[in-house]
Design a protein around this ligand. Structure first.
Ligand code: SAM
Length: 285
């Protein structure tokens, strides 16, 4: 476990106290939890590759996320989904509600996430073990753990070691399009910290593309994550942001793509704590 400074520990404890409150949080309290809840304070954090997405990076990613039914795979306490909802609120004030689903394995993060984003449906589960009854989504998003972290099983059509590819293979079963933050050495290009986008020869990626039929490409507009290197906690990271969609996958055979005709089924939510029932659930504005 990373050693916290006294200030960090104090603020983390205050964030936990807010999560424990028997009432919905105010906006400023939610922002405090997002800023100060320390992912490293849970014992499983190192095994689960838990590094919460910097909010400024999440904000840039949110610009490329559209649709009415969105799923965040490996949601942490909701940094990425938080920025997506903030972006939609700013841009489409009068649009009908969107349905947001956050999947996260760590129950402590899910508990905090429910307090921060009560509009979302939170599912405390392994992303590699999701029920088929979830239906399909317009977009899947995520900042999964990087590399060969522990996993319970393989995703459909991918048997390699990189967890981020497993998550994207699951995403492609749930949505026709997705946006993911992945390690630079798992992308088929290098863009962050470079003057221009350059394709990168990458045998691990090529194997992933061949076995899944999923082709990854830069987002539009593309995102240079070098601006956020110092904003990750306990690590310095310069990942790439990738997308897949019908256009990127056009020329690849599609063993794993989601069927857009399948009707969405009700999402089986994990049980809530009694005091959480006071919070609005299911959909956003
Ligand atoms: C890099 S963090 C990203 C968190 C989040 N996307 C955010 O916005 O801050 C990865 C997250 O994946 C979760 N995780 C790891 N393995 C998982 C699994 N098999 N199923 C679901 N979540 C998992 C970790 O607990 C952690 O919260």
């Amino acid at each position: 476990m990373a050693r916290l400074s006294k200030d960090d520990a104090r603020n983390h404890r205050k964030a936990c106290d807010l999560v424990d409150l028997d009432r919905p949080l105010k906006l400023s309290e939610k922002e405090f939890v997002l800023e100060h809840f320390q992912e490293s304070a849970t014992v499983t954090a190192p095994l689960a590759g838990a590094f919460f997405t910097p909010l400024e990076l999440a904000r840039d990613v949110s610009l490329g996320v559209h649709g009415d039914r969105i799923i965040d795979l490996c949601a942490g306490i909701g940094h990425l989904m938080w920025e997506c909802t903030a972006h939609w609120k700013r841009r489409w004030e009068n649009r009908p509600p969107r349905e947001l689903v956050c999947v996260e394995k760590n129950p402590e993060y899910v508990r905090a996430g429910r307090k921060v984003l009560p509009e979302a449906t939170w599912i405390c589960a392994d992303v590699l073990d999701l029920p088929a009854s979830l239906g399909t989504f317009d977009r899947a998003i995520g900042n999964p753990p990087f590399g060969s972290v522990e996993r319970s099983r393989n995703a459909p059509n991918y048997a390699g070691a990189r967890f981020e590819y497993h998550v994207i293979a699951v995403a492609a079963q749930l949505a026709p399009a997705g946006v993911f933050i992945i390690p630079a050495n798992s992308a088929p290009f290098r863009l962050s910290g470079r003057v221009q986008h350059t394709p990168q020869h990458n045998p691990a990626y090529e194997q992933f593309e061949k076995s899944t039929g999923i082709r990854l490409a830069p987002t539009w507009p593309d995102i240079d994550t070098s601006a956020f290197v110092g904003q990750w906690r306990n690590v310095r990271a310069m990942p790439e942001v990738v997308r897949f969609d019908p256009e990127t996958c056009e020329e690849v055979s599609p063993p794993a793509r989601a069927s857009r005709t399948a009707p969405p089924a009700p999402v089986p939510e994990t049980p809530r704590e009694p005091h959480e029932d006071a919070a609005p659930s299911g959909v956003l504005f």
